[in-house]
Design a protein around this ligand. Structure first.
Ligand SMILES: Cc1nn(C)c(C)c1CC(=O)Nc1ccccn1
Length: 330
């Protein structure tokens, strides 16, 4: 089997939301497909009313196929300090036209303010390796790990786009979505992430600078969080750019000319158009803008988020024992 689902951008491409169906009859919720985590959690009928501001909720009591996972619970804190926790049900989950029966659906009983504020985001759909799943006492598998057995190939692809809808495909590599060859790089999944090595970078028309650093392909993170020195090199080429400690990163005049940025990934070059680096204005006048490339703050690895991923067609290849990432231009 294979399937395809929409990746719909929120304002400024802060995240991409995908409609999925849970339960019988189907309850549609819009969730953030996140290759940086491995829990499928949703706002639910058990989320306190004052923590819900417009989100759609999953109500297991209305699903004939829902079963409570007795004694199971989960709690997750993301790198940006947002968090949620709750209880667990097993139910049918459909993405595109692919249904997984008995998927662990994690119903939130607490969500942090960042999630409450995010009215259109009904939950997260983890697509990192199942080793990161937080359900205890018995860890659960991601939807993709359940689905992979039925998929024609154990792969999924991300075709995110700048300020318009893209797609996530499962079980198929759709040739019409990319140009040229796909260049594959090995993944180190020992930390549960889609982690890979970068070989260097270039800013604008400058020569390519070799640099060894590793990063994770993270569809659930908005920006490209890179080593401080790389980021400093980039903004040296942007007139008026400076670090705004109140905003927590580099800002620049919204009318600044932004150079393209190239990331070396194995044999491939991921070319990020300068305009993708203009993330969003920080003031209502739209005078000062916040950069889409920011420092990874010594997290220990870089986080290759949507600002970079939307510049490529990315293959998440989970072939047993040999996970790889494929990068293609489009
Ligand atoms: C933004 C960020 N800072 N640091 C240190 C990390 C690790 C991140 C990435 C992150 O937290 N992503 C995220 C947040 C919420 C939901 C899904 N993914």
């Amino acid at each position: 089997s294979s399937g395809s689902a929409q990746a719909n951008p929120e304002q400024h491409d802060i995240q991409y939301l995908t409609p999925i169906q849970i339960g019988t009859p189907p309850q549609t919720v819009n969730v953030d497909f996140d290759s940086g985590s491995s829990d499928l959690w949703v706002f639910s009928s058990e989320t306190p009313a004052d923590s819900i501001k417009g989100q759609a909720v999953y109500d297991p009591k209305k699903s004939k196929t829902a079963e409570e996972v007795k004694g199971a619970s989960w709690e997750i804190t993301y790198g940006d300090k947002s968090s949620s926790s709750g209880v667990v049900y097993r139910d049918a989950v459909t993405v595109g036209n692919i249904t997984v029966k008995g998927q662990a659906v994690e119903a939130a009983t607490t969500v942090s303010a960042q999630f409450t504020r995010d009215a259109n985001n009904d939950g997260l759909f983890g697509l990192a390796f199942s080793a990161l799943n937080t359900v205890h006492p018995k860890q659960e598998l991601t939807w993709f790990d359940h689905a992979a057995k039925e998929l024609d190939h154990p792969v999924w692809t991300a075709d995110l786009k700048y300020h318009k809808a893209g797609t996530y495909d499962f079980g198929v590599i759709n040739k019409s979505k990319y140009a040229g060859k796909i260049s594959y790089i090995d993944v180190d999944s020992s930390n549960g992430f889609w982690m890979f090595n970068m070989s260097g970078y270039s800013v604008g028309n400058s020569t390519f600078k070799p640099a060894q650093f590793q990063g994770i392909a993270d569809t659930g993170t908005t920006l490209a969080l890179l080593p401080a020195q790389v980021v400093k090199d980039y903004y040296k080429a942007v007139s008026g750019a400076k670090i705004d400690y109140f905003q927590g990163g580099y800002v620049f005049p919204c009318n600044a000319k932004l150079p393209n940025f190239v990331l070396g990934v194995g044999q491939a070059k991921v070319s990020i158009p300068g305009k993708y680096v203009n993330y969003a204005p920080i003031d209502v006048a739209g005078k000062t803008c916040f950069g889409g490339i920011q420092s990874d703050d010594d997290v220990g690895f870089s986080i290759i988020g949507d600002v970079a991923l939307k510049a490529a067609f990315v293959v998440f290849d989970a072939t047993a024992g040999k996970p790889r990432l494929g990068w293609a231009s489009k």
